[in-house]
Design a binder for this molecule. Structure first.
Ligand SMILES: [Fe+2]
Length: 378
């Protein structure tokens, strides 16, 4: 018997969030098989799971919980591609030497942590990634979603099933207003440095019947070496995909491309437990759209407009869960059922230290139908 207790997360009154739960009564450092059964079932039901007071958990215990969802998986979700200096992910992650599937992320200077010395962490700021930015004078009060994404290499390696994030150090709590800046007037009051989540299932449910049909039948082709490919381009102000200015790195300027590593994945991924369909697209890495009739849309601006049309309703303010981090929080999320984004801007002296872990999966996600799955396997 496990003493784990699963409780739905409280949500603000305006919220329409139907995901998220906390689990108490477990110690990540000493998980039993019975505990894990509860956690696994809760994960595929609630998508985002919060464990409080886990600051003592070792990088090894964090890795073991993460890997337990896919025991055949061993390497970090991005493999060694992070080493590529041109990758947009490169500056944001430091690898723990004795547990290389676990990365340190955060903000500010840290003299020593888990074998890493004198590390300078940088919380990603939207001004480095978006085509436009909030003026400096407003930067303390207002912020944006940095980049909505799935944790996935999207080239060669299969998308991780889950990701874990552990808050080791969290600077004190002011709040900011997260603006979409897309002409809608949408905005959201968020805790400083929140991680925002939206449900891919809610994203699917929000679509018109015609777009649900498109989402069930079309597939997305991702760019080769996507995080280098996109490094010249800039994001939309809502963090949901790139603007099209022809600034992507040309394919012949990328590292050598292995055709069999290019990924063409279903738009909808089926939940292995509930059978619900999630719209799961990494919008900034998208390059082409393959339609059911065999047509391939290659016009990047057109592809991005279609993808944005499918995803934007799913990030409306009432559908966003913005986690209010406290030290010791461990958040486990279903990387195949939610999108997430870094949010917020820290001052140089605000030290934040997090550990992130995911592992490239041993299998690709389930598509909406057996036919879609066969196409991925082919
Ligand atoms: Fe992430």
């Amino acid at each position: 018997m496990s003493s784990a207790v699963v409780t739905r997360l409280p949500v603000p009154e305006y919220s329409k969030i139907d995901f998220g739960a906390s689990i108490s009564g477990v110690d990540i450092e000493n998980l039993t098989d019975a505990d894990f059964d509860v956690i696994r079932s809760a994960l595929f039901t609630h998508q985002v799971i919060v464990f409080k007071n886990q600051g003592h958990a070792s990088p090894k215990a964090q890795f073991e919980l993460t890997q337990r969802f896919d025991p055949a998986a061993t390497s970090y979700g991005h493999g060694k591609s992070l080493d590529a200096k041109r990758s947009i992910l490169h500056p944001d992650l430091k690898t723990i030497p004795h547990q290389p599937q676990v990365q340190v992320i955060g903000n500010g200077f840290v003299p020593e942590y888990e074998g890493l010395q004198n590390i300078r962490l940088r919380h990603p700021h939207h001004r480095t990634f978006h085509a436009t930015a909030i003026p400096d004078v407003d930067d303390l009060d207002f912020t944006r979603f940095y980049r909505w994404h799935i944790d996935a290499a999207l080239y060669g390696l299969a998308p991780p099933v889950v990701t874990t994030l552990l808050a080791v150090r969290v600077p004190g709590g002011r709040r900011q207003v997260c603006r979409y800046d897309d002409g809608t007037g949408d905005e959201l009051d968020v805790p400083l440095g929140t991680t925002a989540f939206v449900s891919g299932y809610a994203m699917y449910d929000a679509l018109s019947p015609e777009d649900q049909e498109l989402a069930q039948t079309a597939r997305v082709e991702y760019a080769p070496h996507p995080y280098i490919w996109m490094s010249g381009a800039k994001s939309r102000s809502d963090g949901l995909g790139m603007v099209s200015e022809g600034k992507e790195i040309l394919l012949d300027k990328l590292p050598a491309i292995e055709e069999d590593k290019i990924q063409v994945l279903p738009i909808c991924w089926r939940n292995p437990e509930t059978g619900r369909l999630a719209v799961q697209i990494h919008p900034s890495a998208v390059r082409k759209l393959h339609l059911a009739d065999g047509t391939v849309i290659e016009d990047l601006a057109e592809v991005r407009e279609i993808v944005h049309r499918l995803q934007r309703p799913g990030i409306a303010p009432p559908l966003v869960y913005a986690h209010d981090w406290e030290e010791g929080d461990l958040v486990l999320f279903h990387n195949r059922g939610v999108l997430h984004s870094v949010v917020g801007a820290f001052a140089e002296d605000e030290v934040r230290l997090f550990r992130q872990c995911n592992v490239a999966a041993s299998h690709f996600p389930l598509g909406p139908s057996d036919a879609a799955n066969a196409a991925v396997a082919a």
